[in-house]
Design a protein around this ligand. Structure first.
Ligand code: 6R9
Length: 649
């Protein structure tokens, strides 16, 4: 990479930043040579009820994976995100809400947030929720989503947020696995001018024969649209909070008590319940928020992610509020009602820090200057990117067009499993290279290994692993510790395997190349090929299916589905539609196949394994480099597939 592509640190940013280069180097060194001492100090970024004496107790040894941080300390997350700011910031804004309709907005001060959370926490208790119970949140992007998360944290209940775009079937699966006692939802959500039937989806999910744990459904009235009502089970948010006391003591939690479960897709099986705990998660979310976004008192921070994803947990709610920040929650989509909506919101609320995803940036870039029409965006100081690799063109456009060439871009690499950002620039410390997530955050030890697990030195490419733990790391797969070990610690012994590949350049910068397992990244959303395949084969006309990802200009990746029908069924435009509808219903719109390739036979080895490598090449048209096909049970299927590709839509 030539120097012309390096953006040096801006002196104006470095001057007042929480960390400049010298400080980054010093703190990073300390964090690696003396992790105990480093985190003992940094753990003070939050308030503890009972101070910790043990800092780090972690093992990545297969068979004995055990991760504990600040183990003997106690604290409450909601008290850290709200109560401790009341004295100095009670009348300052905590939450800014921007509705789907540009005329709808609202704010809550820290004092008002305290009251709302207290009331809802008491309401949850009155509905029978106790410390340790799981509460499922299936919410639109309204302030009540954040309030409900914090109310759970306040009383020691474990929340599991399910993205409002998931289907009743997917919601049911998560309720069953987590054994949730209560669902909190809204009558309808609103996105891009359209209503999303959340309550109806909950009703449908709860008819699933294996959903047995739900006792109550709390419904927030967002639109007043028509919904079915079940008197024995359903209660209105406004009714249960009406007479509830504001006063709700914050439960004293152990550092390793669960805070939340968040389901995410992997390369095999059903989505995994990623479990995060209380102390380490909050320390890590708070600290990364402060340093990565260089948050300065009074600034407005806008993370465009939905609360249904980890980014919404760590950088819409917990990280910002733990720092006493002003955090903006947006109900809508970046291009509604106008292409310039994102820029308009930046101007309207004078956003200082904007955190969004490459897929949104590429969608706006495709519209050119329309995306900034009539806006200034002069309030912006720092911009971030997350969710997938950002291509240098999109980076440059984001930098010049949205950011007026005035803002450093932090390309933050991390995962649901990591709880917070692991590889990232720091605005006041790191020279930027468009397309590179750059260097590790404090306490993070990335490494690259070959397929045998040998550590690779210097400028090279390989599988991205972590050699040691950090406080925000997931602790287990909910209810299945073996699966946790199998998934993350068995591929390369003694190391956490991320599932991503990466390149490291001569300056030690990391360039994430994407997943090396069977996980797709569609518009920054993770989707396991196995998950989509099992939804497809559950359709009564489908015999077999294989999914691969193909490059897509805006979404990053698109879903290409190879489908074999049952005997007697014939492909048709009608069936094409039916199949897509089916997947939307089974998982949700984000899993809908973009291309369907009807075929009679998939390329299989003699032992019956589908050779995805070949399917990937055929789907992307790289048929000149198919590699060895001699191990196929029937090599002639390859020519057939190539010929069929002509008619794929
Ligand atoms: C936070 C989040 C995790 C996967 C991860 C990787 C991809 C995320 C990235 C990135 C390149 C970045 N990913 N950030 N790839 N550069 N800055 O997205 O969590 O939904 O669990 O996805 O997303 O492939 O493994 P999650």
């Amino acid at each position: 990479m030539s120097d012309s592509h390096v953006y040096p640190v801006m002196p104006s940013i470095a001057q007042k930043a929480h960390a400049d280069e010298a400080k980054y180097q010093a703190l990073y060194q300390q964090s690696i040579t003396d992790p105990e001492g480093f985190w003992r100090e940094q753990g003070q970024i939050i308030d503890w009820i009972k101070p910790y004496s043990n800092v780090k107790h972690t093992s990545f040894d297969t068979g004995h994976v055990d991760i504990r941080w600040f183990e003997d300390g106690t604290l409450n997350v909601a008290a850290n995100c709200i109560d401790r700011h009341l004295k100095d910031k009670g009348d300052q804004i905590a939450l800014i809400w921007e509705g789907d309709d540009p005329n709808d907005d609202a704010t809550l001060t820290y004092q008002a947030l305290y009251e709302h959370v207290g009331r809802f926490a008491n309401a949850l208790k009155a509905q029978g929720v106790k410390k340790g119970d799981v509460v499922c949140l299936y919410m639109p992007m309204v302030m009540e989503a954040a309030i409900a998360m914090l109310a759970c944290a306040r009383i020691g209940a474990v929340h599991t947020v399910v993205f409002g775009g998931f289907s009743p079937e997917a919601l049911a699966g998560r309720i069953i696995d987590s054994n949730a006692k209560v669902v909190v939802t809204a009558d309808e959500g609103v996105r891009g001018g359209r209503a999303v039937p959340l309550k109806q989806n909950v009703d449908e999910a709860l008819t699933h024969p294996n959903v047995k744990s739900i006792e109550k459904v709390v419904v927030y009235q967002r639109t007043g649209g028509d919904i079915d009502w079940h008197n024995h089970r359903d209660v209105w948010w406004h009714e249960v909070t009406e007479n509830a006391s504001v006063d709700c003591p914050a439960e004293e939690m152990q550092a390793e008590d669960p805070l939340f479960i968040l389901y995410t897709s992997g390369s095999t099986g059903t989505p995994k319940g990623v479990l995060h705990t209380t102390g380490g998660y909050l320390v890590y979310a708070a600290m990364t928020f402060k340093y990565v976004f260089d948050y300065q008192d009074g600034e407005v921070f806008w993370c465009t992610a939905d609360v249904g994803w980890i980014t919404g947990h760590s950088y819409l709610v917990y990280g910002p509020l733990a720092n006493g920040a002003k955090t903006l929650l947006f109900e809508g989509v970046p291009t509604y009602p106008t292409t310039a909506r994102m820029s308009e919101v930046v101007d309207k609320h004078q956003v200082n820090i904007l955190y969004t995803a490459p897929t949104a940036i590429r969608a706006l870039m495709a519209k050119g200057n329309e995306a900034v029409a009539g806006t200034q965006r002069n309030s912006l100081r720092i911009m971030g990117s997350v969710g997938e690799p950002i291509n240098p063109e999109a980076w440059e456009w984001y930098h010049s067009t949205i950011g007026n060439q005035a803002c450093p871009i932090v390309d933050t690499w991390w995962q649901t499993e990591t709880g917070g950002i692991l590889i990232t620039p720091l605005p006041g410390a790191t020279p930027l290279k468009p397309g590179s997530a750059t260097r590790p955050f404090f306490g993070v030890q990335p490494a690259l290994v070959d397929n045998m697990g040998n550590l690779l030195d210097g400028a090279t490419e390989g599988n991205l692993v972590m050699l040691d733990s950090w406080p925000g790391q997931m602790r287990t797969v909910f209810g299945d510790h073996d699966r946790f070990e199998q998934t993350y610690f068995s591929t390369f012994k003694g190391m956490y395997f991320t599932g991503d590949g990466a390149r490291r350049d001569q300056d030690g910068y990391y360039w994430i190349t994407g997943r090396v397992d069977d996980v797709l990244n569609i518009s920054g959303h993770r989707m396991g090929t196995a998950e989509v395949e099992s939804a497809l084969v559950a359709f009564n006309k489908i015999a077999e299916a294989a999914i691969v990802g193909v490059p897509h200009d805006i979404k990053g990746q698109a879903i290409y589905a190879y489908i074999t029908l049952n005997a007697g069924e014939v492909p048709s435009a009608e069936l094409h539609k039916e199949v897509k509808e089916w997947v939307r219903k089974e998982i949700g719109p984000i899993a809908t196949p973009d291309f369907i390739h009807w075929t009679d036979a998939l390329p299989k080895t003699r032992s019956g394994k589908i050779m995805r490598r070949i399917l990937r090449k055929i789907a992307t048209g790289e048929t000149g480099s198919l590699g060895d096909t001699s191990t196929l049970a029937d090599p002639s299927v390859v020519d057939k597939l190539i010929a069929e590709k002509e008619s794929v839509v």
